[in-house]
Design a protein around this ligand. Sequence first.
Ligand code: MEV
Length: 311
Amino acid sequence: MLAEGIGKATGKIILMGEHSVVYGEPAIAFPFSGTQVIATVKESSVPSLCSTYHEGALADAPQGLTNIQQLTAKLQQHLHTPNFHLMIQSTIPSERGMGSSAAVAVAVTRAFFDWQEEKLSQTTLLKYVNFSESIAHGNPSGIDAAATSGCNPIYFERGKEFLPFPLNIDAYLLVADTGIKGQTRAAVRSVAKLFEKEPDQTSLDIHQLGLLAKTAKEAIIRNQPEKLGLAMTQAQHYLQQLTVSNDTLDSCIKLALAEGALGAKLTGGGRGGCFLALCDTKLKAEAIAKKLKAHGAKDIWLQGLGVYQHV
Ligand code: MEV
């Protein structure tokens, strides 16, 4: 056993396929190294935590940290560790659709295995993270666990082995945070309820989102930014139909499109959180970023050719 174990993970962005991925449709996501989480763990007299949301005994942590309580209890039991002090430092904005809860679970699991000098396979890692995510989100597809634990963009289908998928396309992606907390758990539940209430229409919308993820894949392979942008904007329409957008997201997306984005949509669970705008040039992306900031967007990142820029 080491004196201290360290684990890291990144945030994630879903380019296409959120919500429909829960129902088996394909999705495209990538690790977002513009935001990161680091967990460190060492021996202590009682299980304790130091994080933005709680400092002290883990037993006294607020309800929002139940997943971490249960994950660490499982890790402690399986790895036969002594009591621990866990520190979590994160630059991933929480509840913004960037996979913060999955990334924390990835980093914590890696830290425990590192501490105990045990090998951690990807399959075991995903098992622990999906356990934690099922407490946080109810019915996770596994895409957040896959994207926050990897180094490459992925083409993901629930229950299947996910494939690395290079995002080589001649365009810039603007990622913007509305500054409003997203509600992944509630949004996932609403879609499930909508499915019960209006099964035909809902399964049609979900299937359309799946088709658009496939269109996006083709557009990326063929380096067709305009086609990708159009697919993104069409996906936003179906996400609205599924009731997972909100007024703030809608007005930011409308502004980005009016200012010349090739396409725009929410990303992640929705009902707040982040959105994406695809731009043909860096100059255009920077101009749109300026307008969005004036409109109230809290944080904006630009990704072009794998380089992140915080503006
Ligand atoms: C959340 O980042 C993505 C959702 O599709 C839920 C999931 O796939 O687990 C909304």
